[in-house]
Design a protein around this ligand. Sequence first.
Ligand SMILES: *Cc1c(COP(=O)(O)O)cnc(C)c1O
Length: 356
Amino acid sequence: MRKHIFNAGPCKLSDRTLENTSKAVLEFNNSGQSIMEVSHRGKDFQAVIDDAVALMKEVLNIPDNYSVLFLGGGASLQFCMIPYNFMKKKAFYLDTGTWSTSAIKEAKLWGEVVEVSSKDKDFTYIPKGFTVPDDVDYVHITTNNTIRGTEIFEDWTFKAPLIADMSSDILSRPVDVSKYAMIYGGAQKNMGPAGVTFVIIRNDMLEKVVDRPIPTMLKYQTHIDGGSMYNTPPCINIFAVRETLAWVKEMGGLKVMNELADKRANLLYSTIDESKMFRCPVVKEDRSRMNLIFVMEDKYKHLEEDFIKYASSKNCVGLKGHRSVGGFRASTYNACTMEDVEVLVKTMKEFEAQNM
Ligand SMILES: *Cc1c(COP(=O)(O)O)cnc(C)c1O
């Protein structure tokens, strides 16, 4: 029986993604070969990656002056590639938790980082209304903070090129891509299995690349020129991404994903807010719809392990908070259904009733 999966990443994927990818593992396109065995240079695989790029452009409504790449190395390699390619002297980073902190660490290798942080309140909110110096090479934000459960819901405008880590909220709402110079993320939160990274980059950014030697694999130009195949790409992952994008389109696209995300999050947050046992530490207006963080009130804290066990007995998995923050986290990405959330809510209410 399939569990109610609330893992933060890798995470639940659509049935279509799992079914079609598993079929392609056994035999791809009546070729007598597995997707893991065919040449990435063959026309059948070329069609898969072309289709994945075309679906990205269609689903996310990406303007023509952008390139879409599928790379290795995770979002974490982008933390390094971004400053390596674009940081001349100074960049602005919004520090909203673990992942942006990691991105800042890499940028500091190349120059001065101007930071605005929500660390003062343990990353429970998104800083707003801050000013960015005029002379920064770019602005970097993390639109959804997977570990802290905060999210930026608007497409902000800055003078400098805006670069966004959208690892964990890509495909959850319509995005005005034209506001961003670059959007990137690991696929494993809303797009596919771990092992492939998406990059959406405005072509004029290539004119802003710094004048220093950059290793071939770390240049965006290399991957644009090579059509994401300078080296062997993660073929099976790209296949799975293609299936997820096709599923999103079939479901009605990002407008529908957005509505479903609201429904799931509203049900779970209202349950948490009404509860006397659980509470959400994140300020209301910045609460993520993808990663819902909650903790137990102090007098129930000793029941944390028991709750995880009880939830597991009801087939709800992946609810433990990130090891750095503790508590609980329910990740409700696109493939998570209302039924999954309803079972979790029922489980929380039962547990509370039994232990008050
Ligand atoms: C998971 C995550 C990352 C790290 O992604 P990797 O692909 O594991 O390198 C970076 N940023 C955000 C927002 C994430 O959720």
